[in-house]
Design a protein around this ligand. Sequence first.
Ligand SMILES: Cc1ncc(COP(=O)(O)O)c(C=O)c1O
Length: 392
Amino acid sequence: MNYDFDKVIDRRGTCSEKWSVLDNELPMWIADMDFQTAPEVIAALERRVQHGIFGYSGIPDAWYDAYISWWKRRHDFEIERPWLIFCTGIVPAISSMVRKLTTPAEKVLIQTPVFNIFFNSILNNGRQVLESPLVLRDGQYEMDFDRLEDNLSDPQTSLMILCNPQNPGGRLWTKEELIRVANLCAKYGVRVISDEIHCDIVTPGEHYVPFASVSDTARDISVTCVSASKAFNMAGLQSAAVFAANPLLRHQVWRALNTDEVAEPNAFAVTATVAAFNEGEAWLNALNDYVESNKQYAVSLMKSILPRIHPICGPATYLLWLDVRDLTESSREFADFLRNEVGLILSEGEIYGKAGQGFLRMNLACPASVMKDGLARLKTGTELYVSKHHTS
Ligand SMILES: Cc1ncc(COP(=O)(O)O)c(C=O)c1O
């Protein structure tokens, strides 16, 4: 089947968080996509809507089967049925687990720059954020294992939230890297939440490695967060899962999610996830081709027309991480300037941690024509910024 990812669909007036912006503004910030989800998901939801009764929902066997079979097929990893727990989103699950698995004032380690909401899940619960910065080498992020060990050895550090694959840099962590993380965490008694929400948006031919797959140690100390929501563009349906192989850890997590009442589905959550995993594979493959072509186009254009902006573009996610340190000391100021002068909305790097200072994040999950508009605005805005600041 042919899928039309070029089609521009007006999202204004749909309560979209991303598109609640002025008429002349182009939002390329929040990580959702401007594409319709897979037709199979839409059809399944339409059937569910037509049924017309939206009472309390439970979790059928089909939901477990869909996750298990997808991870086996796509990621060569066996999730066992009892490991899986439904949750209404990865962020609510992480916040809940932070509360259950740590006590106030303990430190939760994150490798920055990283998904900004990790900070909220930690700080809003009275825990401390421990930033263990990644190192940028030859245009991609790497872990600084000496620094990581030092941070993990702090007795106040009781939990690490791993972003696998990494948002915003798009790194796919290797098996070797993940084994080292697991061994270090086990050595210092630190448990791991591995957030794998971005795992299905990957350059064709590349593969993500589930943290729990790399060793018995990794499996024993970790909880993994997964969902169809990012890859199938249905974050608003609030459907996700966590899994943990270790029964004691799993029980704690199960208690946490149920105490916080984030373990029960709305009337559409299961239908959408089951349709996505069981019927949406061809669509997802086509989506990944399209995203890859957007990424290649944007990176090569930037190299030729924006020599002072250095794009970092890993194989995972549809996000470009832009190094703008040659242009400005404050990416926040530059982001504000772009929004005010040319209506382009990017995320400022500062929100991803100290290591994000001097960077911007650009979301390329949109029709190519929209992306080209964004790149043109970026070029105009950059030239204006340079002429205004007399930076040469
Ligand atoms: C790493 C990461 N985790 C979680 C989320 C959001 O998860 P949810 O919508 O299920 O709460 C995002 C969204 O961008 C993300 O990038």
